[in-house]
Ligand binder design. Structure first.
Ligand SMILES: [Zn+2]
Length: 176
């Protein structure tokens, strides 16, 4: 069966390499121990990533460590050779990011403070979609509208804040 939603998601997801405008149709695990964390890359970048990943896999922990610390002068921590797998993965990942370019792999942008504030005013938590925001607004209007609060000053102030937050979120907030 044709799955429209999945298809759309595949097309609109951008490649995780900063500056790359291709679609990120190919996923690559961030490490071997968290099966649900992935990067999404375009074909050339996923091939590049896999090649480099394999390259690191073939290195000893010490070699990866040396590589990683190459740029950091005068500081080379002494590792226990029994490096736990999670740490080894982190080293591989750090090494990959260095190879792909500094800050090459996009990190998820943090929620802008004003969006955070507006969500809090509306008693919502990220992520929410527009439908949920509208629904919540209706609920809050029923509670705080001056007409239902005998023009109570506090309720009126609250109502104003909620309405401003609502408008702000509709224009400036996107859950993903
Ligand atoms: Zn790419």
């Amino acid at each position: 069966m044709y799955n429209y939603k999945q298809k759309k998601e595949t097309i609109t997801r951008p490649c995780d390499i900063a500056g790359c405008t291709n679609g990120g149709e190919h996923r690559a695990p961030k490490n071997r121990h968290s099966s649900n964390e992935y990067y999404w890359f375009c074909l050339p970048h996923v091939q590049d990533y896999n090649k480099k990943w394999n390259y690191f896999q073939g290195m000893s922990a010490e070699e990866i460590d040396n590589f990683r610390d190459d740029a950091v002068t005068g500081h080379r921590p002494t590792w226990n050779h029994q490096i736990p797998p999670q740490m080894r993965d982190k080293m591989i990942r750090d090494g990959l990011e260095k190879l792909l370019g500094d800050g090459a792999v996009k990190t998820k942008p943090r929620l802008p403070p004003l969006v955070k504030k507006a969500l809090a005013k509306m008693e919502l938590e990220h992520p929410v979609d527009k439908k949920q925001i509208k629904k919540q607004y209706k609920t809050l209007v029923k509670l705080y509208h001056p007409d239902v609060n005998n023009n109570d000053k506090i309720a009126e102030e609250r109502f104003k804040e909620i309405t401003e937050s609502y408008k702000y979120l509709l224009e400036n907030y996107c859950a993903d």
